[in-house]
Ligand binder design. Structure first.
Ligand code: HPA
Length: 294
């Protein structure tokens, strides 16, 4: 009796996993089909633009804009300042698709769900990914306004976008993460930026789930663990890129000192303000990356 019940339960779990997988594959397929009704454009580079940095997509030429709300079952952001659309077109002679706005894990979606747009971009043709974010500086040498190339990450979010049945069509069950943030891209971009007199730091990004900022004790822990910056995004997307064999160029804009480093509270306005202040340098770095590195 018990065995039969157990067997039934296992079967249910398998059926649910299968349904979920179909739903995800289905969602990607439907979104791809909807986009293909609009355009045959094949982007080669994906841009995921973080808080306060989304304006870069306005520089894209011959824009094709596809609001996320036009795409079936697409995860939509609820956070102010994150307009949601794909912007396709050319910039610096490269064919790109930018995500202007994105959903975050702290909005309550699973990491598997928030990274489906990254898989969709791969389906559209993307072979290289740029991911930008706003982050809190844990390394005291990185004052607000610093641009930091991600050399690696620590996934402290408590989840992983690859949990559940492996999406075999995209990559292996146990993907390697040794060079997620391409060392080649970093070396080239650092050299080019230095030639132009643009300061670029490099460091480890540690993801917390948010949405509250970290406590001072958590920030001290992050430092001991080897983090240079903390934030609430990027890691799930980068993991999915590693899964799909897509190299990532990751750039953090350090918008504030992380909690407890200064004797003052944190606020979102400061994050937006600093991101706006470094916009020009940020554009220069992204232009350089697109023109000469990617
Ligand atoms: N912590 C987490 N995320 C952030 C921060 C921070 O201090 N600043 C900008 N995004």
């Amino acid at each position: 009796m018990i065995n039969i019940k157990k067997q039934g339960a296992c079967q249910n779990v398998r059926i649910r996993a299968k349904e979920r997988k179909m739903k995800e594959a289905d969602m990607i397929q439907k979104c791809e089909a909807r986009i293909r009704e609009r355009t045959a454009f094949e982007p080669e580079i994906g841009l995921i633009l973080g808080s306060g940095l989304g304006d870069y997509a306005d520089r894209i030429e011959d824009k094709i804009c596809i609001p996320y709300s036009d795409l079936p079952d697409f995860p939509i952001s609820t956070v102010e300042g994150h307009s949601g659309q794909f912007v396709m077109g050319e910039i610096c002679g490269k064919k790109v698709v930018a995500m202007q706005g994105r959903v975050h894990y702290y909005e309550g979606y699973s990491q598997r769900m928030i990274t489906l747009p990254v898989r969709l971009m791969k389906k559209l043709g993307v072979r290289k990914m740029v991911i930008t974010n706003a982050a809190g500086g844990v390394n005291k040498a990185f004052e607000p306004g610093t641009l930091m190339l991600l050399s690696d990450h620590i996934n402290y979010s408590g989840s992983n976008p690859l949990l559940g049945e492996n999406m075999e069509e995209f990559g292996p069950r146990f993907p390697d993460m040794s060079d997620t943030y391409s060392g080649k891209y970093r070396e080239q971009l650092k050299r080019l930026a230095a030639e132009q007199g643009v300061a670029l730091e490099e460091g480890v990004y540690m993801m917390f789930s948010g949405p509250c900022y970290e406590t001072p004790a958590e920030v001290r822990m992050a430092r001991v663990m080897g983090a240079d910056a903390v934030g609430m995004s990027t890691v799930p997307e980068a993991i999915v890129c590693a899964h799909m064999g897509v190299p990532v160029l990751g750039i953090s804009c350090i918008t504030n000192y992380a909690a407890g480093i200064l004797d003052q509270p944190l606020n979102h306005a400061e994050v937006v303000e600093t991101a706006a202040r470094v916009k020009e340098t940020f554009v220069k770095v992204l232009d350089l990356a697109l023109t000469k590195v990617l």
